[in-house]
Write a protein that binds this ligand. Structure first.
Ligand SMILES: [Zn+2]
Ligand SMILES: [Zn+2]
Ligand SMILES: [Zn+2]
Length: 252
């Protein structure tokens, strides 16, 4: 399985519009963060975790030419707003894309993107999706995908485990039961917003504490705001806990 992190920024993206802080002004590419998403390749299958408002840029930058399934964590704008740009993969080749999520994701897509399912005019180039509720592990090719229920403030959202790779974003609490589903992963990507606590996202210390319980070989932090400078933060962290960056790639 090859994994590419397409974006590692919080909802505003880094640089944040109108902000002149040292991170937003930094010319270093590791301090530039598109909205959080990941791409997974296994054999002939190509998966996306979330589809951000930056998806078109991410697809062009990282050479994404195939998407077979999208696993949504939740439907906040920064995780779903690129969904219409998936049309390019379905139009012309009579293909549909499998979309997975919890019941809130399915209901929200049906409501917000009603025109996918009830097109005002046929032949107008509308995205063709197959919606699937995921509430237990499924096997796709060589990959076992396990949904991991986590809390994002008061919201119930999903993280995912793909074989030995765990991906959690926008979490602020993970139950013991869900921690058990993540135990044994070799690489964990988990959200860490900033140093200061936040109502709906783990801080860096909280994310590290959770990661220590899961005990992967390597943890990468994602969904990072502009308060964390890449190199300075990573210098203060042990090598097995590091901030991720856009374009970070690994094989597992
Ligand atoms: Zn988010
Ligand atoms: Zn800033
Ligand atoms: Zn969110």
């Amino acid at each position: 399985m090859r994994v590419v992190l397409l974006g590692t920024g919080t909802s505003f993206g880094i640089p944040t519009i109108g902000c002149h802080c040292p991170v937003c002004s930094s010319p270093d590419p590791k301090n530039k963060r598109l909205r959080s998403s990941a791409y997974i390749e296994s054999g002939n299958l190509h998966f996306l975790i979330d589809c951000t408002p930056d998806f078109r840029t991410q697809a062009l930058r990282y050479g994404i030419e195939q998407v077979d399934a999208v696993f949504f964590t939740h439907t906040h704008f920064d995780h779903i707003a690129g969904i219409d740009d998936l049309r390019v993969f379905t139009i012309g080749n009579n293909k549909s894309i499998d979309v997975y999520g919890n019941k809130d994701v399915i209901a929200d897509i049906e409501r917000r993107y009603d025109y996918f399912f009830n097109p005002p005019q046929l032949g107008s180039g509308i995205l063709n999706l197959n919606l699937h509720l995921i509430d237990k592990p499924i096997n796709l090719g060589e990959v076992c995908v396990t949904p991991i229920p986590v809390k994002h403030g008061i919201l119930d959202i999903l993280g995912y485990r793909f074989n030995d790779f765990g991906y959690i974003t926008d979490a602020s609490y993970i139950s013991e039961e869900s921690l058990n589903l993540l135990r044994g992963v070799k690489i964990l990507v988990i959200n860490a917003l900033r140093e200061r606590p936040h109502a709906t996202h783990f801080s860096l210390a909280q994310a590290r504490e959770v990661a220590e319980k899961i005990a992967p070989q390597q943890t990468y932090f994602t969904h990072i705001c502009h308060r964390l400078e890449h190199h300075e933060t990573n210098r203060q962290l042990p090598p097995e806990f590091q901030l991720a960056y856009d374009g970070l790639e690994f094989t597992i």
